[in-house]
Write a protein that binds this ligand. Structure first.
Ligand code: ADP
Ligand code: MG
Length: 560
């Protein structure tokens, strides 16, 4: 038997990287800024530990465009690299210095440093858009600066450099087929998309700030201005803070920050924060859900250590919650795998069920804390809740406490309250509870008022998934049937006290029924021997539902 290493020639790897490493070329900037962020956070960590004797200061990462030379520069004031480290970390593809760092400092809170990288591939994504990449870097130690350069072939050069400031500058010589990345607006778009909430400030150009006029200024003196760094990110987004440190207003502001084009305020928020058995933070918002919103593309955004990954959270967030808005951030979601794998992944399943539990708990506490307010919001949130009740048994169970059933009169009952309210009045002869409901108040007006005259409660159930919800309730709950207010069964309802009023015994009832059925045409009327109204008549004769409808149609002139 022979054993050995497969020798992968770098010659073949570059074109592969260029084509297949990431389907989205634009993520190169996210990767390079992630590395710059890691380098800065590493230095911070070492400074805190006392291992790096440096002035940490307020480091900023700078992104610069040089259109004349067709280059894009990413400059950081982080840990830097010695020439040996460049050899080790850059020249070895798929060797992650980030992973090594976390491993090395794992007993010294290394994991909490917030380091992003871990595959050791991010840097090479630069070659998706650049024909040549340079690194000029100076370690925080005394070691001299180094200059690495590579044009995408397996050969690189590494030589001393005269950089004196600590940190790293990456220079991308943008390839001819990628010139879009020399446009300011395109770079700005990428920064906003991927880096808006990254933990180290990122500067892209400057902007003019208008200052207050000095007190002695004349009326038509122009307000003084000042050029300031254009920082594109908020390094401390709300979800990274403790819920106790945030006010309601802070959550609303963060919503506006996330969705600048969304003018409607969210109804309420849920702050997610867990570190065992997985790590997850985030804020979810219940928006006012109207028809346009469902189609809108403002969605829940997924981050890893404050780096934007995707706004397609399918498979991670339970389906019924994908209508919500907000952010979730977790380093524990494996993203280099297919969606179908994600759905089967144990950790991801746990995350999904944690999220739906938190949402149920929040709804429950909103209901308990301020029921009136909860009722007001019901119409805007019911789609999500009803959909959740249908799709998840656990959520269905929890929702028993807060799911509401509104009546045509504008009362909102929980299921238990509803049962309590109707159990005397609305049962059929098998003792089954009969819940009457209408879908449309105006259309079914006549039936609604007839039912109300009899003292029945009529629910108004108008969301599109109601038929499914009813099926679910009928199968989960004991002895209940939901009946349309204009349906046949309404005539089978018994008032309990009336039921005992009938003076006839069974034999007499049978006899009377036969007699009556000989008189009234069977195809048009139904004879029932149950006393139904308060006059305690021993029988009722009713018209079947379809007959009533026919009549209605001819009266209104429709149906032709
Ligand atoms: P990863 O970030 O997953 O470790 P990368 O391919 O993105 O992999 O980067 C490889 C390594 O190169 C990093 O782990 C780090 O050690 C080093 N490196 C890359 N960029 C910088 C930088 N700006 N400053 C210091 N070191 C860097
Ligand atoms: Mg990286």
């Amino acid at each position: 038997m022979t054993k050995g290493n497969i020798n992968v020639s770098v010659d073949n790897i570059f074109p592969l990287i260029k084509k297949f490493l990431y389907s989205d070329h634009e993520i190169f900037l996210r990767e390079l800024i992630s590395n710059a962020t890691d380098a800065t956070l590493k230095l911070k960590h070492l400074a805190t530990l006392g291992e790096a004797k440096v002035e940490y200061g307020n480091p900023v990462i700078e992104v610069k465009l040089d259109k004349d030379n067709k280059t894009l520069h990413i400059i950081d004031r982080g840990i830097g690299m010695t020439a040996e480290e460049v050899e080790k970390y850059i020249n070895q593809i798929a060797f992650s210095g980030a992973e090594e760092f976390i491993e090395k400092y794992k007993d010294k809170n290394g994991k909490d440093a917030g380091i992003i990288g871990h595959f050791g591939l991010g840097f090479y994504s630069a070659f998706m858009v650049a024909k040549k990449v340079e690194i000029i870097t100076k370690s925080y130690t005394d070691a001299p600066a180094a200059h690495w350069s590579c044009d995408g072939s397996p050969e690189f050069t590494l030589e001393p450099a005269d950089k004196t400031e600590r940190g790293t500058e990456i220079i991308l010589h943008i390839a001819d087929d990628s010139e879009e990345f020399l446009s300011e607006s395109r770079i700005n778009e990428l920064l906003v998309k991927y880096n808006k909430f990254m933990p180290v400030p990122i500067k892209f150009g400057t902007r003019t700030e208008t200052l207050l006029k000095p007190k002695d200024a004349k009326e038509d003196d122009p307000a003084p201005t000042k050029e300031v760094d254009n920082i594109i990110n908020n390094p401390e987004p709300a979800w990274t803070k403790m819920p106790t440190d945030l006010k309601d207003e802070d959550y609303k502001n963060f919503y506006r920050e996330l969705y600048p084009m969304q003018f409607e305020e969210p109804l309420f928020h849920i702050h997610l924060n867990v570190d065992y058995p997985f790590n997850l933070t985030g804020i979810l918002y219940f928006p006012k859900l109207n028809h346009e919103m469902v189609a809108q593309k403002d969605r829940i955004q997924l981050y890893q250590n404050q780096v934007f990954v995707t706004d397609n959270v399918e498979g991670i967030v339970p389906d019924f919650l994908t209508m919500l808005r907000g952010v979730i951030d977790s380093p524990d979601i494996p993203l280099n795998v297919s969606r179908s794998y994600l759905q089967a992944d144990g950790a991801v399943k746990k995350i999904a069920s944690y999220i739906s539990r938190k949402v149920a708990d929040k709804l429950n506490s909103l209901f308990n804390d301020n029921r009136e307010d909860f009722e007001k919001k019901w119409d805007d949130i019911k789609i999500v809740i009803e959909y959740g009740m249908l799709s998840e048994d656990k959520f269905f169970e929890k929702a028993q406490k807060f799911a509401l059933y509104p009546t045509v009169d504008g009362n909102y009952f929980t299921y238990d309250e509803l049962v309590e309210k109707i159990k005397v009045n609305q049962t059929d002869k098998d003792g089954k509870l009969v819940v009457l409901y209408a879908k449309d108040k105006d259309e079914q007006h006549a039936y609604i008022s007839a039912a109300k005259d009899k003292g029945y409660e009529v629910l108004l159930l108008d969301s599109p998934i109601v038929p499914h919800l009813i099926q679910k309730l009928e199968s989960e709950k004991e002895k209940v049937s939901f009946v349309r207010v204009d349906g046949d069964h309404i005539d089978n309802l018994i008032k309990k006290e009336d039921a005992v009023i009938s003076k006839l015994n069974d034999e007499e009832k049978e006899k009377l029924k036969t007699t009556l059925e000989e008189i009234v045409p069977k195809e048009k009327f139904t004879v029932q021997m149950e006393a139904m109204d308060s006059n305690a008549n021993p029988f009722v004769i009713t018209q079947p539902e379809f007959m009533r409808r026919m009549k209605e149609m001819s009266q209104t002139g429709g149906g032709g």
